[in-house]
Design a binder for this molecule. Structure first.
Ligand code: COA
Length: 383
């Protein structure tokens, strides 16, 4: 196996992109990543693209072909990867494995979702839950995560205010990120008084409906310095599966797939969580940011809410979480999220994150999950 490096990254503005089509958004991301890597489109050997449900959102399938065609990257092999909200993380992992194995040299891994063209986005997303046992009886993602939040509050005394702080910190960081969907600050009171979505979760606990795309260029580590002075090295890329339905879990406040993939990732990178300087987690709902820092081992089980309340996860805290603004405030275009998380860590490690820069960041980690944890993808990167 060869070591793999990231030599180019990009992310479009996330938000309600009414003036751009699906194919314009992904083309913008693809071309920007190629430019960032100082290569030509002709240098690419293959493309992997994460997308959850273009069929339900824009009635377009066969998007791997569409994207290769519209970006001008034809005739390279182009493959779509789907794992709900972890589609991007797995598209990156497929690219990394293809380069590591020696099958390809230069690969683009991307992610894209155009979600705002349909009225019932929440229903479309619910297709990623267990249809028979969850979605069809009305248990969509806000309500599934609401049950996880309620149980965490019951088991560990997590408070409504602690959940709100998770969103407040994400919005603080997003206010420093020009690519974010919601680049403005909010207060705990605003979260507590926002519209109730699924008790105890309110509007400002939820990630939004988002259009956007992101892309990453990979090559063998030994070649990376030909393209850039600041290659970022992939130290670990792992994946694990969990039960798709919540009721099959022993404990709905723990995402086992995250724990298993994270353990493997720390072993693969030969580091511990004390070595991580920047962390992007899958906070699709405020409770999930809290579960993430517990399941990744940054705090003990049940202490995530307290850690967030005490400022541990702020930009200048012990372990800065979601410097980009996270899914909550950077936005969550499902298939693009896993790629955007890694792009943010690359900017942090290159020292290019502007006002949200984490001083001296050397090692970063991402956690990208599908559904309520049926899939988890973890990446560890270093300068
Ligand atoms: N955070 C902050 N503001 C939000 C928001 C969010 N998550 N979602 C919507 N808004 C804002 C909109 O910008 C809009 O503001 P405006 O009136 O100033 O333009 C207003 O709230 C109403 O927006 P609307 O689109 O009507 O919201 P909605 O009620 O249709 O949808 C949710 C809100 C929370 C139901 C929807 O965002 C949602 O389903 N989120 C979860 C997505 C999800 O499940 N992702 C997968 C996770 S596994």
């Amino acid at each position: 196996m060869r070591d793999v490096a990231i030599i180019g990254v990009s992310q479009t503005k996330f938000g309600e992109l009414w003036d751009s089509s699906f194919s314009q958004i992904i083309t913008e991301a693809g071309v920007a990543a190629v430019e960032d890597a100082n290569i030509q489109g002709d240098d690419l050997d293959a493309m992997f693209v994460g997308n959850m449900t273009s069929g339900l959102f824009i009635q377009q399938e066969h998007i791997a072909s569409l994207i290769a065609d519209h970006t001008g990257f034809n005739p390279i092999p182009s493959t779509r990867v789907e794992a709900a909200c972890a589609s991007g993380g797995l598209a990156l992992r497929q690219g990394i494995m293809a380069v590591a194995s020696g099958y390809y040299d230069t690969v683009i891994s991307a992610g894209v979702e155009k979600m705002t063209d349909v009225v019932d986005a929440t229903d479309a997303i619910a297709a990623a839950s267990d249809q028979e046992w969850e979605a069809k009886i009305g248990a969509n993602f806000p309500s599934l995560y609401a049950m996880m939040a309620r149980r965490h509050m019951y088991e560990y005394g997590t408070t409504r205010e602690q959940l709100a702080m998770m969103s407040v910190i994400s919005h603080d960081n997003a206010s420093k990120n020009p690519r974010a969907q919601f680049p403005f600050k909010i207060t705990v009171d605003q979260v507590l008084n926002s519209t109730k979505v699924a008790d105890p979760l309110r509007l400002l606990d939820c990630s939004p409906i988002t259009d956007g795309a992101a892309a990453i260029i990979l090559c063998p580590a030994e070649d990376a310095k030909k393209y850039t002075d600041t290659p970022i090295y992939v130290k670990a890329s792992t994946q694990a599966s969990g039960t798709i339905a919540l009721h099959d879990r022993k404990d709905i406040t723990t995402i086992d797939s995250t724990k298993i993939a994270a353990k493997k990732a720390f072993e693969m990178a030969n580091i511990t969580n004390k070595d991580i300087d920047a962390l992007e987690v899958h906070d699709c709902f405020s409770i999930n940011g809290i579960l993430a820092i517990e399941d990744l081992g940054f705090v003990k089980k049940g202490e995530g809410g307290k850690a967030v309340e005490e400022g541990m996860t702020q930009l200048d805290g012990e372990i800065p979480v979601n410097p980009s603004g996270g899914l909550k405030a950077r936005g969550h275009p499902l298939g693009a999220t896993g790629i955007a998380q890694v792009a943010e860590i690359v900017w942090q490690l290159r020292g290019e994150a502007g006002k949200r820069q984490i001083e001296g960041a050397e090692v970063g980690m991402t956690q990208n999950i599908g559904g309520t944890g049926g899939t988890a993808a973890i990446h560890i990167l270093s300068r």
